[in-house]
Design a protein. Structure first.
Ligand code: 5RP
Length: 278
C-alpha cells in the first residue's frame, strides 16, 4: 500500500499552513504510536529494543520488496535479522539474484551465514533498495537510528539508495523524536569531551555508551557513541542534525533526515503494513 491516509504519514499539507505533524499512520483514527515508557531504553546503558513478533513480521515483509537482480543495502539489528532470513529463503527457493551491501560487521557475518551474496561499495555505485531498522520514526519519516551502533555505515548506505525501507514494530512510531530513545552520536575518541560539551550547548545530556565498567562501546569504525537525552524530546530534529553535522569530532549522528522513503510497520499479531512517502 503506497498512498498516504488522510491523517497518516505523508498526509498532504493543509492549504495555507504548516503541516501539523500527524499522529503516525492513524488512518483509522486510532493513535498507535503510544509506547509504554517501561519498554523503551530512555536511560543510559539500555540502547537496544527487545525482539518482538512485530519485528519479525516487518522484517520478513520488507524482504518481499526485493526484486531479481537488485543491489540491496542490508541494515543492522534484530529486525533486519528477519529480513536476512527471508531474503535467504528467496535466494534459495526462488533463485533470486541479489547483491547485498552490509552496514555492519554483524550483518556481514549473518548474511554470509545465510548464504546471501555480498558486494562492497567499490563494486556497487547505487543500491535499488536498502532495508534497515530504526529506533524511532515520526510522522514525517524522520528517524533516530544507531541503537546497534552502526549509524555511520547505515547512513552512507542509505545515502546511495533509491529506496530506503524502514522496518519497525509499532512501538517505534512516535510523535516526536527523542521521546522514547536516546540519540546516538558517533565520536572520535580523541574528541569525545569536545563533542559532549557541544551537545550540552545544544540542549542534550550525553552519556558514553558502555559495554561494562569503564569499557566504552566501540563501533565497527573504532569510534565511540554518546547516547544523548533531550528533555521532552527533540524539538527541531532538522536543525539539531545540522548542528551535529557541523561538529568536528562527531563523525555521524543518528538523526536520519529525509532518508526513509517507505516504512513497514509490524504488529505483534504478525501483520505488517507498508507505507510509502508521498
Ligand atoms: C543499528 C540501528 C538499528 O537499525 C536500530 O537500532 C534498530 O534495531 P533493532 O531492529 O534491533 O531494534 O540503527 O545501528
Amino acid at each position: 500500500m503506497g498512498g498516504p491516509g488522510p491523517t497518516g504519514i505523508g498526509a498532504p499539507r493543509p492549504a495555507g499552513g504548516r503541516r501539523r505533524r500527524p499522529p503516525a499512520w492513524a488512518a483509522d483514527g486510532r493513535w498507535i504510536g503510544s509506547p509504554r515508557a517501561a519498554d523503551h531504553p530512555l536511560v543510559p546503558g539500555r540502547w537496544r529494543h527487545p525482539v518482538t513478533n512485530a519485528k519479525r513480521a516487518a522484517g520478513r515483509r520488507a524482504a518481499d520488496l526485493v526484486e531479481d537482480g537488485m543491489a540491496v543495502g542490508l541494515g543492522t539489528g534484530s529486525t533486519v535479522f528477519f529480513t536476512l532470513e527471508r531474503l535467504a529463503e528467496r535466494v534459495r527457493d526462488e533463485g533470486l539474484h541479489v547483491r547485498g551491501v552490509p552496514t555492519s560487521i554483524d550483518t556481514e557475518t549473518k548474511a554470509r551465514e545465510f548464504g546471501i551474496p555480498l558486494a562492497t561499495l567499490e563494486e556497487v555505485e547505487r543500491l535499488a533498495v536498502t532495508i534497515d531498522g530504526a529506533d524511532e520514526i515520526d510522522g514525517d519519516y524522520q528517524m533516530i537510528k544507531g541503537g546497534g551502533g552502526a549509524l555511520l555505515r547505515e547512513k552512507v548506505v542509505a545515502s546511495i539508495s533509491d529506496r530506503v525501507v524502514t522496518v519497525v514494530g509499532r512501538d517505534k512510531v512516535v510523535e516526536r523524536l527523542g521521546t522514547t530513545f536516546l540519540l546516538p552520536v558517533e565520536v572520535v575518541p580523541f574528541a569525545r569531551a569536545v563533542v559532549a560539551r557541544a551537545i550540552e550547548a545544544a540542549g542534550g545530556a550525553p552519556n558514553v555508551r558502555l559495554t561494562g565498567p569503564d569499557a566504552p562501546f566501540v563501533t565497527d569504525n573504532g569510534n565511540q557513541i554518546l547516547d544523548c537525552k533531550f528533555e521532552g524530546g527533540i524539538a527541531d530534529a532538522r536543525a539539531l542534525a545540522e548542528v551535529l553535522s557541523r561538529q568536528p569530532g562527531a563523525v555521524e549522528h543518528g538523526l536520519f533526515i529525509d532518508l526513509a522513503t517507505d516504512v513497514v510497520v509490524g504488529d505483534d499479531a504478525g501483520g505488517a503494513e507498508l507505507r510509502s512517502k508521498a
